[in-house]
Design a protein around this ligand. Structure first.
Ligand code: ZN
Ligand code: FE
Length: 271
């Protein structure tokens, strides 16, 4: 992350700038991301739980915050909106139908919208399930996905407002993105997610390998995020509800993937 190369790539018929990305751990286990277009310097804060850590880090890096991107309305993703906006004049972007519960919202988006952060383009993907209005921001040129509380490493968000069917559809859409996509989720939950995942999918070698990697990273005080989508497909139980070996491990061979997903989510809730 935070590469110093100024690079642009041609994507479709548009020259798209790449991003520098900085990860800021806040509260007990949240991540805020500072995302800056290398070509123009436009800079977004993704899901600011708090204002000060984002403002301080931007100042330290010499980055000027121009946008706030919210994935959903929860306070640990929007708590810093008003203060950052007051300090920087940043434009707050969030999901249209949730505008009344996203503080300071200036610009609304819905599924399929494209937004420009300077020269970097993001695709807005509606990913309901954790909340009824949750969106993810995908920057194809940087292989970066900001998915809030939808997809975590080895886990997924709790179903607070949506249904298992909605969440499975959302996760299936994210799963279809390119394998090299980097998952920038909003929480460091990986270690506890893996502890659970091993109880439902104990013979999954990719999961066992990830467990060792994650234990090492955490023991050294390092983040486990971002993680690669291509690897998540192999070990994240919430991306595997339609896979024969996972269904067999749950004694649900041939079941509807939505039921397999719902069963797995319920087991995790009770874990
Ligand atoms: Zn949330
Ligand atoms: Fe959260």
């Amino acid at each position: 992350m935070g590469g110093s190369n100024k690079e642009s790539i041609v994507w479709g018929d548009t020259i798209l700038s790449k991003l520098d990305i900085h990860q800021i751990p806040v509260l007990s286990d949240n991540y805020i991301y500072l995302v800056r277009c290398q070509a123009t310097g436009a800079c977004a804060v993704v899901d600011p739980a708090e204002a000060e850590p984002a403002l301080d880090k931007a100042r330290e890096l010499g980055w000027t915050i121009t946008h706030i991107l919210n994935t959903h309305h929860h306070f640990d993703h929007t708590g810093g909106n008003e203060a950052i906006k007051a300090a920087t004049g940043a434009t707050v972007i969030g999901y249209g139908p949730d505008a009344n519960r996203i503080p300071g919202i200036d610009r609304t988006v819905v599924d399929g919208d494209r937004i420009m952060l300077g020269g970097a383009r993001a695709e807005v993907i509606a990913t309901p399930g954790h909340t009824s209005g949750h969106v993810s921001y995908w920057f194809p040129a940087s292989h970066a996905l900001f998915c809030g509380d939808t997809l975590f490493s080895a886990g997924c968000g709790r179903l607070f407002e949506g249904t298992a069917s909605q969440m499975w559809a959302s996760l299936s859409r994210l799963r279809d993105l390119p394998a090299e996509t980097l998952i920038f989720c909003a929480h460091e939950y990986t270690q506890s997610n893996i502890t659970f995942a091993l109880t439902v999918d104990p013979r999954n070698q990719a999961l066992r390998d990830r467990a060792i990697e994650v234990d090492t990273l955490r023991a050294e005080g390092n983040p486990t995020i971002p993680s690669f989508l291509g690897q998540e497909r192999a070990f994240n139980p919430f991306l595997r509800a339609d896979k024969a070996d996972f269904q067999a491990a749950l004694s649900m061979a041939g079941a509807d993937p939505v039921d397999v997903f719902a069963t797995t989510r319920l087991k995790k809730d009770r874990f």
